[in-house]
Design a protein around this ligand. Structure first.
Ligand SMILES: Nc1ncnc2c1ncn2[C@@H]1O[C@H](COP(=O)(O)OP(=O)(O)O)[C@@H](O)[C@H]1O
Ligand SMILES: N[C@@H](CCC(=O)OP(=O)(O)O)C(=O)O
Length: 367
């Protein structure tokens, strides 16, 4: 899909573009990105921006000696975020809005839906949503950790057709071009497999997080929902001119032909399993055909503490991951039923309470 068919796109901007000299925000590279956004909007394309750079933008305000501790990084993010928003805001003659999220927000279905609704309401009113991770409040357990994966989650939430990741290199090379001058650019990736991951290294700049690895993870999430994904060089306006002419200036990841439904995609790629149901190694039921076949008798163990409606992992005793699913039972009730020696009683109880997992709330996992 190219610009002529875009309806809604997500643009992710990396830290090196926001604060290239680590001396506060610079509009040097943002100007070209802003012009691209303006052109898209003029063509009737809705745009959502995911902007990194709060830490990089705020870092110049802090004395730095040796390794920077987490509290200082969070303080840099808090200070840099307002500078970054002010810089973006100056580049547009329409309103912008800041949305700061954590993985804790995105993996909770109610809060996820609330973020979704806010994005749509902003777009309906001509306001540009600008998202970033809420670095100040995140703990290891709560964070996405990088804005590449965050942008893929937001692309799905916003039901975008295209995700454009603007970085400091032309796209994905067969090895890190900063380390190997012979590295070759891949212009199209149709299948994200272990060989593709093997090409990707981490970030080499002082401000980037995740390098190419997290960009491939993001592409994998996005294409699974049918979203065309590009990694392009945000340093050069040529990239944006090229996109505007319907060409591919970097690496294009082709979308899956059979995209996952939104709620199953969320379960697989955004939600985190709160617990797990372990089934016998001999378990062969096709979970997608009739998940009611998952009966208390097949359960070997119930691990973790989950409530009705939480996402759980269904796995075999040997560790094989079968599916992620929405549980209709709490861990407490499920353990109680599974532990019953009187199978007739357990089965009767289950018949009254209903299926452990409903057919339309199960996402099969590929091992
Ligand atoms: N195979 C690869 N192809 C391209 N870049 C790579 C590759 N492996 C590692 N990298 C590194 O990834 C960097 C881009 O990621 P990152 O620094 O996190 O940027 P951003 O701030 O845009 O997210 C490149 O500058 C490069 O050093
Ligand atoms: N939330 C962080 C961004 C972390 C991140 O993923 O950075 P990058 O690799 O430059 O996209 C910040 O605003 O500094």
């Amino acid at each position: 899909m190219s610009v002529a068919n875009w309806k809604r796109i997500v643009i992710k901007v990396g830290s090196a573009l926001i604060a290239p000299n680590q001396n506060g925000c610079s509009s040097h590279y943002l100007l070209g990105i802003a012009q691209f956004i303006v052109k898209c909007r003029t063509m009737g394309i809705e745009v959502v921006l995911v902007s990194s750079g709060s830490v990089a933008a705020g870092s110049h305000l802090f004395e730095q000696e040796g390794e920077i501790n987490m509290a200082t990084k969070k303080a840099m993010a808090a200070a840099g975020q307002s500078e970054m928003m002010a810089t973006w805001d100056r580049l547009f003659d329409f309103p912008t809005a800041q949305i700061l999220v954590t993985h804790g927000d995105l993996r909770d279905r109610e809060r996820y839906v609330s973020i979704k609704e806010t994005i749509f309401s902003l777009l309906d009113n001509g306001i540009l949503p600008i998202l970033n991770e809420n670095d100040t409040v995140t703990t290891d357990k709560l964070k996405v950790g990088d804005n590449d994966n965050l942008s893929a989650m937001i692309s799905t939430a916003a039901d975008a057709d295209t995700l454009i990741i603007c970085s400091d290199v032309d796209g994905l090379y067969d090895s890190n071009p900063h380390e190997n001058p012979e590295a070759k650019l891949l212009s199209v990736v149709n299948d994200i497999n272990p060989q593709i991951y093997a090409m990707a290294g981490g970030a080499t700049s002082a401000v980037g997080t995740g390098g190419m690895k997290t960009k491939i993870q993001a592409a994998e999430k996005a294409v699974a929902h049918g979203i065309d994904t590009y990694i392009i060089n945000g340093f050069t306006e040529q990239s944006f001119n090229s996109l505007m002419s319907g060409n591919n200036p970097g690496t294009h990841f082709s979308p899956d032909k059979q995209p996952m439904q939104e709620h199953l995609h969320w379960m697989t790629h955004t939600s985190t399993a709160q617990g797990e149901v372990v089934v016998d190694n001999a378990f062969t039921a096709e979970l997608d055909d009739d998940s009611e076949q998952l009966t208390s008798e097949e359960i070997v163990a119930v691990n973790g503490d989950f409530a009705v409606g939480d996402t759980i992992l269904v796995r075999k005793d040997d560790g094989t991951k079968l599916a992620k699913a929405k549980s209709n039972y709490s861990s407490c009730l499920l353990s109680f039923i599974a532990d019953q020696d009187d199978k007739a009683f357990a089965s009767k109880l289950q018949n009254t309470t209903g299926p452990i997992i409903s057919d339309n709330n199960i996402a099969l996992l590929e091992e």
